[in-house]
Design a protein around this ligand. Structure first.
Ligand SMILES: [Zn+2]
Ligand SMILES: [Zn+2]
Length: 145
């Protein structure tokens, strides 16, 4: 939509696997003030079409992947609105973090395209008619069960 800002952060700075052999994924906001990483495989990958996810992202749906909170770390100042965290500097939406789980918005990860494939879709009642269901993903009219 526009060119990258001149100080756009360098992506994928760290090693792709940790000392324990687990995959490390990096992410962050567009201004680079917030950086995070997740280690190992996600618990689940999905897409939510609910009204709140639409509003919070400004997009038609929110693709996400969840990890145990212990496999997540973040640097930089964040702000949080009803569980949804973002960079107060540039406004990039990042993740929902609670006590034992983090739900990372896929677009905030550095790798694109990535290897995370949604296995479920929630609130398909609100899915735009031009967006096709993800092949093989469980479909839920409202909240995922
Ligand atoms: Zn930022
Ligand atoms: Zn949602």
């Amino acid at each position: 939509m526009s060119t990258n800002p001149p100080d756009f952060p360098v992506l994928n700075l760290g090693p792709r696997t940790g000392p324990d052999g687990r995959r490390i994924r990096y992410g962050g906001c567009i201004c680079g003030a917030v950086r995070f990483e997740v280690r190992g495989s996600p618990i689940v990958v999905g897409i939510c079409h609910c009204l709140e996810c639409r509003k919070a992202t400004g997009a038609d749906a929110m693709p996400y992947a969840d990890w145990h909170a212990k496999n997540f770390s973040v640097t930089g100042l964040i702000r949080t609105f009803v569980g949804r965290s973002f960079c107060p500097e540039c406004g990039t939406r990042l993740f929902n973090l609670n006590r034992d789980r983090v739900s990372v918005m896929l677009g905030s990860l550095d790798d694109a395209p990535g290897d995370l494939h949604p296995v479920r879709e929630g609130w398909i009642l609100r899915r735009e008619p031009w967006r096709v269901p993800v092949r093989g993903a469980l479909q839920f009219e409202r909240d995922v069960q």
